[in-house]
Design a protein around this ligand. Sequence first.
Ligand SMILES: [Ca+2]
Length: 436
Amino acid sequence: MKMGSFLYSAACLLLFCSLSSAQIRGDFYESCKITDAFGTYCPTTCGVADYLQKYKPEMDEELTKLEDILDEITNLTKGASDKIVYLKDSATKAQKASTAGHTRQSSNMLDDILRFEKTIIAQEGQIYALQEALSANEKRMLDLKQLSLQLEQKCKEPCKDTVGIQPVTGKDCQDVANRGGKVSGLYYVKPEKAEESFLVYCEIDSTGRGWTVLQRRRDGSVDFNRNWIPYKNGFGYLSPTDTTEFWLGNEKMHLLTTQSSLPYVLRLEMKDWEGNTKYADYAMFKVGPEADMYRMTYGYYFGGDAGDAFDGFDFGDDPSDKFYTSHAGMQFSTPDKDNDKFQGNCALQDGSGWWMNRCHAAHLNGKYYPGGKYTQKDAGEYGYDNGIIWATWHSRWYSLKETTMKIIPINRIGGKGQEGQFAGAKQFGGMGDIPH
Ligand SMILES: [Ca+2]
């Protein structure tokens, strides 16, 4: 029955309302003009209203349908009652007839009466079942109406400022940390060439290092199969507790990574489904302007224990595999904008936005596969490896559980206080220990 799914979606809607007050909406709404989605605080005024608008017609329709069903049941019940009255009358008549001394007919009459009684019992059973159904449906209606009321109430409440945005600002998170930002959380930053400041999640550690987070995969709750504009502006949710998934946006990444002569290091952190974590660092990471399709460049692999998948991977299918799966210097592609080196459309076939070559050895915006392992069949229509891939660590048919992409000025990456969990950096002979 449809109701189950409707109840579920209504419950989800409720959940959305209660959760959304603690998150930042990253999407663009048709009826809302939000110039900077990540800078828009609290979704109540636009986001929730739009969301409700979207679901209200469906809900009304479901309620109408349910009312129709109830009417039908009521009619049926009435029909059955009439029938019982009629049958009871007949039975009484028959009884009277039999007691009136018509002995010849009495045995026939008795049979009739027995038959009638059986029918009556059967009818009563049906009526009982119908009444059960009726009251169950009434209860459901009541629950639904209750839920709808709660929902309406909840969405009328003014949005509470539950998101803590830190007061310190800077041109990136390291600047924020330098200016006194002590805790990880949401901060406004304004890179040098940026016209407006925008919200970012800063990961600030006890040694005063401030990472600006560009991408986060956590649980598959955000769809990364998006087109050029969402990838340009950013999508998903920024949360002060770092619990949500997002793509900060190519334009913001461009502004951040090209603002000063001091180069950035891009760190990619990954976690698999067995709980292992690995990372890879790239020095002098830059995202070019939109005119150059947000081309990604870096100087060199700076270290890490996940291996250098940005440099491509020899999958063993063809000698040119490594060359054609490297990402250095690639332009950004999305399903609606093919800037790759493949005669087909990598981003369309793999359902993501990424610096596609022909196509990839690293693919952190891929499809989320709970459990990790997936097959050609799972990959859908095109059947290519489309998961969250880092080929120098796990096979391309293994999709990672969590990823983070974050940047920091190169002079802050080394030195004391390298996180214990990423002690692997030491393997690189202190390459990370650049004096600052
Ligand atoms: Ca192509």
